[in-house]
Design a protein around this ligand. Structure first.
Ligand code: CAA
Length: 379
């Protein structure tokens, strides 16, 4: 067993960290306040090849794999979780379905520009009546005059306003439950495709979340992804990978909370000494540091299993569950350590709490992660 990152993984971590701390962190509070999507940051991330990390060279990637990608998501999210979510949703659940299930032609057409960061991608599973019960999909796809015609809507879609493509699930065989759901590659230029105004969210305010509406949306027959009736299973597999990156995002937010709390505790003086000298504060910081390290190990292990081609459904659910709950607790503790200042917008920790909360909800709530883990245990 070797817990050390390789030289190239350490290099990717350093590149992502330097960029995130020097160029992204100074903007993060303003991006959040203004709810501004940072197009210029996305361009720079593309120049650094960050979008290419999880994809093979054949399809425009660097071939580094999922672990280095998860490390980069963590570093980006440590500086700005909104950007971390944009990045994670684009790579793992937006581009991931085409990379995993597309034909050669589909992969060359869509994965290559996505891996180069020339185009953003979105994942369309959730609907107003199909959240945790992802099989409750109401969107339909039928063949008319040699074309697929899609009708329905998808809600809470990350990157919806800016994505060049969305991968969407729709019912093609009504009455057949999960086996009647197929997935489609939907270019945003398709007639009948529209996007609502962005949602007004509690946190992750510089990430884009909107509704996708499909009104007699027409697609060529080769827009079907994989086989008919396999969309649900494909999306479950995609979410297994996505959950690792939400776990990585949560580790980044938790680490940022610890960074802020530790810095503050060393500077803030009460009763004649820095508050870091009080055991009450030391124990909080020690607990935060311990749980963050455990969360990170869980995330790295799940990513490593995926890179090895080994089963990782249970481990990715565990990684997301533990990391997201760690992030919320770490942000709350950071606020407590900063006291009144922690409650103010002048310090970043209130943003960390608002951002962390989503990691317990998106890509499957904590309750769904527990359900997935229990089923993997054979319950
Ligand atoms: N890998 C491969 N196959 C899988 C699988 C996996 N991880 N999980 C399930 N399947 C297969 C099952 O084996 C089963 O196949 P068979 O019919 O051949 O046996 C089939 O899929 C149906 O599975 P279930 O019977 O378990 O399906 P279910 O209806 O009971 O649902 C669930 C299972 C785990 C609750 C699922 O609905 C789920 O994950 N829900 C949460 C959805 C979710 O995470 N949504 C997040 C949306 S994305 C998002 O949030 C984006 C964002 O930008 C923030």
């Amino acid at each position: 067993m070797d817990f050390a990152l390789s030289e190239s993984q350490l290099m990717i971590q350093q590149v992502a960290r330097d960029f995130a701390q020097n160029e992204l962190a100074p903007l993060a509070a303003d991006l959040d306040r203004e709810s501004r999507f940072p197009h210029e940051i996305i361009e720079k991330m593309a120049e650094l090849d960050l979008f290419a990390l999880p994809f093979s060279e054949e399809y425009g990637g660097t071939g580094d794999g999922y672990l280095p990608y998860a490390i980069a998501v963590e570093e980006i999210s440590r500086a700005c979780a909104s950007t971390g979510l944009t990045y994670a949703a684009h790579c793992s659940i937006g581009t991931g379905p085409v990379y995993l299930f597309g034909t050669e032609e589909q992969k060359h057409r869509w994965v290559v520009p996505c891996a180069r960061g020339e185009m953003l991608a979105a994942f369309g599973l959730t609907e107003p009546d199909a959240g945790s019960d992802a099989a409750g999909t109401k969107t339909t796809a039928v063949i008319k005059n040699g074309e697929w015609v899609l009708n329905g809507s998808k809600c809470f879609i990350t990157n919806a306003s800016y994505a060049g493509l969305a991968v969407i699930t729709a019912v093609t065989e009504p009455g057949q439950g999960t086996k009647g759901i197929s997935s489609f590659i939907v270019p945003r230029t398709s007639a009948g495709f529209s996007v609502s105004s962005p949602y007004d969210k509690l946190g992750l305010r510089a990430s884009d979340t909107a509704e996708i509406i499909m009104d007699d949306l027409r697609l060529e027959q080769d827009s079907l992804l994989g086989k008919r009736g396999e969309g649900f299973k494909q999306f479950m597999q995609v979410l297994d990978g996505g959950r690792i990156s939400i776990g990585a995002m949560a580790v980044g937010i938790a680490q940022a909370s610890l960074d802020a709390a530790l810095t503050y505790a060393k500077e803030r003086r009460q009763f004649g000494q820095p508050i870091s000298k009080f055991q009450a504060i030391q124990f909080k910081l020690a607990n935060m540091s311990t749980t963050i390290e455990l969360a990170r190990l869980n995330v790295y292990r799940a990513a490593w299993l995926k890179d090895q081609g080994l089963p990782f459904t249970k481990e990715s659910a565990m990684a997301k569950l533990y990391a997201s709950e760690t992030a919320v607790k770490a942000a709350l503790e950071a606020i407590q350590i900063l006291g009144g200042y922690g409650y103010m917008k002048d310090y970043p920790v209130e943003r960390y709490l608002r951002d962390a909360k989503l990691t317990e909800i998106g890509e499957g709530t904590s309750e769904i992660q527990r359900l997935v883990i229990a089923r993997q245990l054979g319950c």
